[in-house]
Ligand binder design. Sequence first.
Ligand code: UD1
Ligand code: MG
Length: 408
Amino acid sequence: MTRSTAAIILAAGKSTRMVTDLPKVLHEVCGRPMLAYVLDACRGAGIKRLIVVVGYRKEDVIAAFQGEPGVSFVDQAEQKGTGHAVMVCRDALADFEGDVVVIAGDMPLVRSETLELLLDTHQSRTSAVTLATAVLPDPTGYGRIIRDKYGNLEGIVEESDCTPAQREIREVNPSYYCFDKRLLFEALDQVRPDNVKGEYYLTDALHILVGRGHRALAITAVPPEDAMGINSREHLAEVGRVMQNRIQRRLMASGVTIVDPPNTWIDVRAEIGRDTVIHPFSYIHGRVRIGRRCSVGPFAYLRDGTVLADDVVVGVFTELKNSTLGSGTRARHLSYIGDAEIGERVNIGAGTLFANFDGQRIHRATVGSDTYVGQGAIIVAPIEVSASAQIGHGTVVKKGHGEAREKG
Ligand code: UD1
Ligand code: MG
């Protein structure tokens, strides 16, 4: 990147079709709010200044992202269109010179490589505005890209304003733009809401620049899958599926075996070491860390704060939360392990439960290394079980009582 670059991320819309009380961009995709992916893609492309346009339930969006490096917020109190959403950023960028990437906050599949290519093209060819477009089998819902007979970009027509012939065009605008900042705001001054929807269209800024003879480029650089925006719960599930595939492919490339990818769900925040095997129907949610050569599942449920060292076995119908299992520890069948610190080479017998909640508070349990926990034990926290203890089948291990017995 040769010129300084800022990004404007459009995230003010209410999203009627989601039928939601939560701002759309806070809906989660594989464990993170969709907006987080867009911000990461911008950062990955080297963009350090990130302006998020907020409107509908803005307090919630601000609360979720406040304090993140480079992120600031601009309030678009009334949503009068994508052009208007950019106009309201004028003051926030008053001291800025360079290029501005504009992108929608509801497209979490965006990749930094695409944004890098967009920026490189824009800057190496000193363009006034550059778009990255996608060619889709079904272009319904998107603005269509209009090119002249030489392939030069002429403009974008919204679906609602398309002629029947334009509707057939399959090259679409997924809203990845890069503008020269000064020209962008000059053009926006001229934009009027004279269209079917009565909105200020950002795409009209592009038309104004083209009309004035400025260089406008469109590169077909967005893979069709990435162009999927989220406007409904169905889209949320579809995008989630694509993201899940990406997460699993990344893990497999790093040496993790996933026996049955479509029947496995792994949070984007999970870290898994090489030669670990994830068996079918396992659900790994939250910040979970799994070491090397572990075996997880089938039917395991690992929740936030689970840490497995190396060579750990977590088997069928076992749920873990906020717990650490030392290396070589095994919990093969039907257990609940919550808020526990378990040492190395511990055997957790089938059906063992950690009673971590007394109705008021959560308590922690610790179990020393080389302990044998018999089947159907109940370990009542708070408690510390010493190393090499033997806990008989069906034992209820309680503070005082249990500790005395296991030593005797
Ligand atoms: C826009 C594009 C269209 C493109 C499509 C998908 C325009 C005029 N059209 O249409 O060419 O194919 O996106 O990328 O830009 N937003 C605000 N404030 C507003 C209006 C929108 O922040 O006042 C945000 C929305 O929350 C959303 C994004 O901008 O994240 C896109 O807005 P949306 O209304 O969905 O635009 P489309 O009609 O889909
Ligand atoms: Mg849209």
